[in-house]
Design a protein around this ligand. Structure first.
Ligand SMILES: [Fe+2]
Ligand SMILES: [Fe+2]
Length: 293
């Protein structure tokens, strides 16, 4: 069973864009004068490389089970896009290190989580299948947030007004636009292979718990390791109370109602964000346009 596409151009073929970014001129605090907000967004760079490589491994494992040609094409396009996302965010981490912000110890913990705790566990047969479906349900829940966050960053004009670095904004918006573009794929795959409601709800609960813990720890780590902050300001989720309403980061007001929508039985990811807007951004993105040439 595949969810009908409500607001999606029928002929949209998902393609990976071979983007490259030159980080050399990007300041450490790319939201000028606001290391707190900069690092709340930077947590993404710590989580996405390992997380998206994990998506690629799980979806590659699921591909032989897909019995719908269109969905198979979408899953292949999704795999291609996520692989480029992972390596693009990884490039930022080298630039952080060159500026004295070494995030690799934290990243190694994140890699351990995705490779060991959420890896294939060497189980086969019925149990292997159940564990594969459980991981797909987690990815579908995570992809709900990447779609919502992608829509947010495409519309986050407060970052432009704050003078955020244009190269970093292009990375985030190119990625966000592709997240909006492929936001239906993980949910479609879950509905095609499993589709049960209760595991979907459970996966959302686990995802929210995991993301809150990782964001709290990741932000604390960045604020502690940043040589320019020097540990003077302690990181943590409480900073969202300022940065969210200021439009510099997502806010609870954006995320909580979106979780309620996810929990509806008739949820469709296509209700979040606009494919048209995503494609319009990709048609103007410096990195995506350079990839075409
Ligand atoms: Fe991605
Ligand atoms: Fe994605």
């Amino acid at each position: 069973m595949t969810t009908p596409r409500l607001h999606e151009p029928d002929n949209l073929v998902l393609q990976a864009r071979d983007v490259h970014f030159d980080w050399s001129a990007v300041p450490l605090h790319w939201i000028p004068g606001d290391p707190v907000a900069t690092h709340l967004v930077n947590v993404l760079h710590l989580l996405l490389p390992a997380g998206e490589e994990w998506f690629v491994r799980v979806f590659t494992e699921a591909l032989p089970l897909v019995r719908d040609e269109r969905l198979r094409e979408d899953v292949l396009g999704f795999i291609g896009q996520e692989a480029v996302h992972a390596s693009s965010h990884d490039g930022v981490l080298d630039h952080f290190a060159a500026q004295g912000l070494d995030v690799r110890p934290f990243v190694r913990q994140v890699e351990f989580m995705f490779e060991s705790l959420l890896g294939d566990r060497g189980v086969t047969g019925e149990r292997g299948r159940a564990w594969l479906y459980e991981r797909i349900s987690l990815i579908a829940a995570i992809e709900h947030f990447t779609g919502v966050l992608g829509d947010w960053i495409l519309n986050a004009e407060a970052l432009d007004r704050a003078g955020a670095d244009p190269t970093m904004l292009d990375l985030l918006r190119w990625h966000g636009a592709e997240e909006v573009e492929h936001r239906h794929v993980a949910h479609d795959l879950y509905m095609h292979l499993d589709g049960r409601y209760v595991p979907r709800v459970r996966a959302m609960g686990e995802t929210v718990t995991m993301l809150l813990a990782l964001w709290q720890r990741g932000h604390r780590y960045l604020m502690w390791a940043d040589p320019q902050v020097g540990g003077r300001v302690k990181g943590g989720l409480h900073h969202f109370r300022r940065t969210g309403p200021a439009g510099l980061t997502p806010s609870g007001r954006l995320l909580l109602p979106s979780i309620r929508r996810y929990l509806r039985r008739d949820y469709s990811p296509l209700g979040e964000g606009s494919t048209e807007q995503a494609l319009a951004y990709l048609a103007s993105s410096p990195a995506a346009q350079a990839a075409l040439r």
